[in-house]
Design a protein around this ligand. Sequence first.
Ligand SMILES: O=C(O)c1ccccc1N[C@@H]1O[C@H](COP(=O)(O)O)[C@@H](O)[C@H]1O
Length: 213
Amino acid sequence: MNGSNASEASRAPLFVKICGLRTAEDVDAAVEAGADAIGFVFAPGGPRTVDPALARPLAERVPGHVLTVGVFRGQPVAEVRALARAAGVRAVQLHGDEGPAHYAELRPDGWTLIRATSCHGEPSALGELGEDLLLLDAPAPGSGEPWDWSAGSFTPPAGRWILAGGLHTGNVADAVRTTRPWGVDVSSGVEARRGVKDPRLIREFLRAARSVE
Ligand SMILES: O=C(O)c1ccccc1N[C@@H]1O[C@H](COP(=O)(O)O)[C@@H](O)[C@H]1O
């Protein structure tokens, strides 16, 4: 996966992550519909939170070409490491105020490191804290609330960055056309109700996201 500037990134096939999965049916639907990554939420206390006992057999269903991602928020390195190892995921997505030391400590474990940040103030640069992928999200992750990604409202980072926050079948094509991200990520937008995925919406989201030339 090369792509060191925005125009190169926009020409690559769009990377699509479906997040917050909790059932084998939903995992299979996402994989069959062509998702590039599947996310399991280990941040505590939410409607999508899973433990490794639930996530591991789900991660084991996922073929090798699809990235499995553990999602964390403000958890200590030791907890992230223990949960990610126990679940057998290949990538770690951090949503808290983790600094460079956090990324440096996780680096030797070999996970793809995804830094999630909300987009306000100075634009973030990919790799600033030692991450491999940068995810630009709404201030309340997993809420389904969009942020203002309209043209001119922010400076898209160069390279492999992922747009997230309030995406759904009805707005993802416009979002991709406008911001030209390397990838997109969705959770609420493919749910029938909070925490419960709808395989039909997963398929429709993937189709809509990839409809943009
Ligand atoms: O989904 C969650 O419950 C969650 C909890 C803690 C941190 C991140 C979480 N989800 C991430 O939020 C974005 C977008 O979500 P949405 O589509 O707006 O619902 C996505 O990156 C999820 O991985």
